[in-house]
Design a protein around this ligand. Structure first.
Ligand code: UDP
Ligand code: MG
Length: 317
């Protein structure tokens, strides 16, 4: 019987410090399951340090090491997509290069998938947020509450990108052509039978996190705009409510003028009304602008990533 193949997709951005450790530790874990054929698929996301050099050295030493190197930094979403597109394994596992995702869990996930044919995805969610900035984790909790309320996708709190998927799931994810990718939403949107594994995040083995608060915020906006039109509906509702209040107030003024004549008082209320309505108009325009900007980028049909070099033959896979 043919050995089942597993592609480990690893997005890497400035990870030279941790890659050798990662390779050692994951190789050791893979060695515990000789019945599977493991392959590494490193995606170098335009690193500015020696990541590519390290990957090339690993590839020279070990023929299980495949790589894709981007022409510049395209972001983790693009790196995951590239890895999945170029993968060919029966299973595909996505995990971070920094060893925060415990490689041991891959074996549990694989066992679950092997023993239950009805299961299609084994995914990790964080059981704790220890060791993370308090502000960052509060922000992230609110984000998941909001996106689950606002959109039809259902993303568990603390869902991670760390997962093992069957081929059919990977094909489904790759078939979504959108430019602005929010994988957690996409994984949920494509469906399939998923089991969640609790996972305690480990400390980053080396190097440092690539996420600033600004990039987290833009990731959150991408998620909400990409999977929900609720902000547009809210601005419509607010606009409607304001117009209604305005109309009622106008009727009141007309009646009052007819009854007791006109006066020129009311300057503060006019200023308030102008500020509130003006603010709402600008807010709504901004929200529409966000959607418009995304439509603009989508219709350009630009590729999500550009490859500079790789040792994978996309035809032969
Ligand atoms: N990453 C990437 N491109 C980027 C930023 C990050 O490929 O533009 C990779 C990074 O190398 C790591 C993973 O995404 O393997 C998660 O990044 P990081 O550890 O910085 O995020 P955190 O764990 O702090 O959320
Ligand atoms: Mg990390």
């Amino acid at each position: 019987m043919r050995m089942k193949t597993i592609d480990l997709v690893v997005p890497c951005y400035n990870e030279e410090a941790v890659l050798p450790l990662f390779y050692e530790e994951v190789s050791e874990v893979a060695g515990k399951r000789p019945e599977f054929d493991f392959r590494f698929l490193f995606v170098n996301d335009g690193s500015r340090d020696g990541t590519l050099k390290t990957v090339l050295e690993l590839a020279k030493r070990d023929e299980r090491v495949k790589y894709i190197s981007f022409s510049r930094n395209f972001g983790k979403e693009a790196a995951m997509l590239a890895g999945m597109k170029y993968s060919s394994g029966d299973y595909v596992c996505i995990l971070d290069a920094d060893l925060q995702h415990s490689p041991e869990l891959i074996l549990d996930m694989l066992d679950a998938l092997e023993s239950d044919p009805a299961l299609d995805v084994a995914a990790a969610k964080r059981s704790d947020r220890d060791g993370e900035n308090k502000f960052k984790s509060a922000f992230s909790r609110q984000f998941y509450k909001l996106i689950n309320k606002m959109s039809s996708v259902d993303i568990p709190q603390s869902a991670q990108d760390f997962r093992v998927m069957r081929r059919k799931v990977v094909d489904a994810v790759v078939s979504l052509p959108e430019y602005h990718r929010f994988s957690k939403g996409i994984f949920s949107w494509v469906g399939f039978n998923t089991r969640w594994f609790d996972h305690e995040n480990r400390q980053r083995a080396a190097g440092e996190t690539k996420w600033s608060f600004g990039s987290l915020l833009s990731y959150a906006v991408d998620g909400i705009i990409g999977f929900s039109v609720m902000p547009l509906k809210i601005s419509l509702a607010l606009g409607t409510a304001c117009s209604f209040v305005g109309l009622v107030y106008a009727a009141y003024i007309i009646v009052r003028t007819l009854v007791s004549g006109s006066d020129v008082a009311g300057y503060p209320s006019i200023i308030c009304a102008i500020l509130i309505i003006g603010g709402l108009v600008l807010l709504s325009l901004g929200i529409i602008g966000e959607y418009l900007a995304r439509i603009y980028l989508e219709v350009k049909h630009r590729p999500v990533f550009l490859i500079d070099q790789t040792n994978i033959d996309p035809m032969g896979k």
